[in-house]
Design a protein around this ligand. Structure first.
Ligand code: NDP
Length: 518
């Protein structure tokens, strides 16, 4: 029995906070996930589970049914302050700053093992809270999170400086060491809650930092379950603190806190700007993974049997709620109709539904607000002259489901082409010349520069286009491929810094130069 069959073989109803929704009763989850949902949720501060100081809680929803599935504490500035004090103590006085890199690596590896052992439960919680299909949550989000912790566990013992050859070798010896940046605040979004957590927490742990983490208000559950695994792994108190709450209160308190040395953020460019301003108070280091509007360029010689499914996957995976989603298609006139029809056909066959339903390939968008936002963009595109070639409608009247949508007759000046929609909407455009500079100009006509892809069998065209596209990650005959070892981040307004890979460690270390007189 494989993992998915094992998960589905179980028969436990989802505990209900609100039993108005009868459609939801058909979904079943494992006993461990059900029991986690039932238990009272608290904040993890200094190794203890505590309620928010205000005593406030807020609801969290299943986006596939709109039903409340749990309530979590509404942490705010006072709780963040406690968490920062705990993280500071653990960094300056606590065992974390004194344990060996090898012990740090062992603990991170143990955390990976625990994530793996609890993968079914984590996947179910992720599906319930975020909406994505179970197969994706289990085989992608959770599996990649485990990989990320293992990858970074290995780096814990390999963070080194350099010996520097200076111009007076007989007089001086010089070298660098890399030290942890200190207490880091991490603010993450809802589109891949556990994976976003792993991408931020793992490198911070590997480098010896301590952490105050705020998950998105829509998706706090896997972060809280992760907190339990942190304790089970034996990671000392105060090293990882988890505060659920809202951006303008808890998130803003992280960004402006004078005792936080660095803030790492993934989310909208709008909030990225707010964070930069708030961080100016103590000039904390800032890394940002922001929005994207990634170009997908299909040349006439592309292998359509690869390009059509690849481009379809590149936009509709995770219901289009991916910062690197390939949302602007530029296809050569000779193949434009073929690729748009091919994508439309595949899109029409995508099984949209609740993430726990068998065979579902695309779930809902995260919230009614996001659903309205995406539908608003589709309407805006239509009234600006775009044609809704496929999709364009909501599906069902329960949950936040939107049909995979392809817009044609789009122009570069339209909001749907320039702004990040963060939903299952592809804007398709054509080009009819072979001037690579001109094609690249169209692709680069965006404030963003996060990712892109080029589809061709011509190696020379592929290399030339890779150099011309201004973005942090380019695929050739593939769009979205994620690995713990590949650094990712944005050019232009898509962000500052690179997460993952060896380069990702730089976000969490300071370089110290040492000069010794001989
Ligand atoms: P946000 O940028 O608002 O949310 C991301 C994180 O930032 C959340 O944890 C949020 O908290 C927090 N946050 C919000 N306001 C502040 C603040 N003033 N100070 C500190 N932290 C804050 O994204 P949304 O959820 O509003 O989504 C809106 C759009 O953003 C999407 O449609 C998409 O275009 C883009 N986006 C991009 C993502 C990416 O991966 N690049 C991911 C998510 C969204 P909370 O949610 O708890 O209030």
């Amino acid at each position: 029995m494989d993992a998915l069959e094992r998960i589905r073989a179980r028969r436990f109803p989802i505990p209900m906070e609100n039993s108005m929704n009868t459609h939801a009763d058909q979904f079943r989850i494992g006993e461990k996930a059900a029991s986690f949902l039932r238990q009272e949720k608290k904040l993890l501060i200094d190794g203890k589970w505590v309620p928010a100081q205000s005593g406030k809680i807020f609801d969290t929803y299943d986006p596939g049914t709109g039903r409340i599935i749990a309530q979590v504490p509404e942490g705010d500035a006072a709780d963040i302050d406690d968490a920062v004090k705990a993280a500071r103590r653990a960094f300056e006085e606590g065992p974390w700053s004194r344990i060996t890199p090898s012990e740090r690596g062992r603990l991170i590896w143990k955390l990976a093992d625990l994530l793996e052992q609890n993968a079914d439960e984590l996947a179910e919680l992720e599906v319930l809270n975020n909406g994505k299909p179970l197969a994706n949550a289990r085989n992608s989000d959770v599996a990649l999170s485990v990989d990320m912790f293992r990858y970074m566990a290995g780096w814990a013992t390999k963070i080194t400086g350099e010996t520097i050859s200076i111009s007076a070798p007989d007089k001086y010896h010089a070298f660098t060491v890399r030290e942890p940046v200190g207490v880091v605040g991490q603010i993450i979004p809802w589109n891949a809650p556990l994976l976003m957590l792993a991408w931020k927490v793992a490198p911070a742990l590997a480098t010896g930092c301590t952490i105050v983490l705020k998950p998105a208000e829509q998706t706090p559950l896997t972060a809280l379950r992760f907190g339990e695994l942190v304790q089970e792994a034996g990671i000392p108190a105060g090293v990882i603190n988890i505060v659920t709450g809202f951006g303008p209160t808890a998130g803003a308190a992280i960004a402006s806190h004078p005792q936080i040395d660095k803030v790492a953020f993934t989310g909208s460019s709008e909030v990225g700007r707010i964070i930069v301003k708030a961080a100016a108070g103590n000039l904390k280091k800032v890394s940002l993974e922001l929005g994207g509007k990634s170009p997908v360029i299909v040349f006439p010689d592309a292998d359509m049997s690869v390009a059509i499914p690849g481009v379809t996957q590149g936009i509709f995976a995770n219901s289009g709620q991916v910062c690197t989603a390939g949302s602007r298609l530029f296809a050569h006139k000779k193949v434009f109709d073929q690729i748009v029809d091919g994508i439309g056909q595949r899109a029409g066959n995508i099984r949209v539904g609740h993430g726990l339903s068998e065979g579902v390939q695309m779930g809902p968008v995260i919230s009614p607000v996001q659903c309205d936002r995406v539908m608003g963009y589709i309407e805006q595109g239509r009234s600006a002259g775009a044609t809704v070639a496929f999709g364009g409608t909501r599906i069902g009247n329960e949950g936040n489901f939107i049909a995979p949508t392809v817009l044609t007759d789009t122009r570069p000046d339209m909001a749907v082409v320039q702004e990040e929609i963060f939903g299952p909407v592809l804007c398709a455009m054509s080009f009819d010349d072979d001037d690579l500079e001109q094609i690249a100009r169209q692709a680069n006509d965006s404030i963003f520069g996060l990712a892109g892809s080029v589809w061709t069998r011509d190696l020379s065209v592929a290399h030339k286009m890779v150099r011309r596209i201004r973005a942090g990650r380019i695929g050739v005959n593939v769009h979205g491929s994620v690995d713990a070892a590949i650094p990712t981040g944005g050019f232009k307004q898509s962000g500052w810094g690179r997460e993952r890979g060896q380069e990702g460690l730089n976000l969490y270390t300071e370089t110290k130069s040492v000069i010794m007189s001989l």
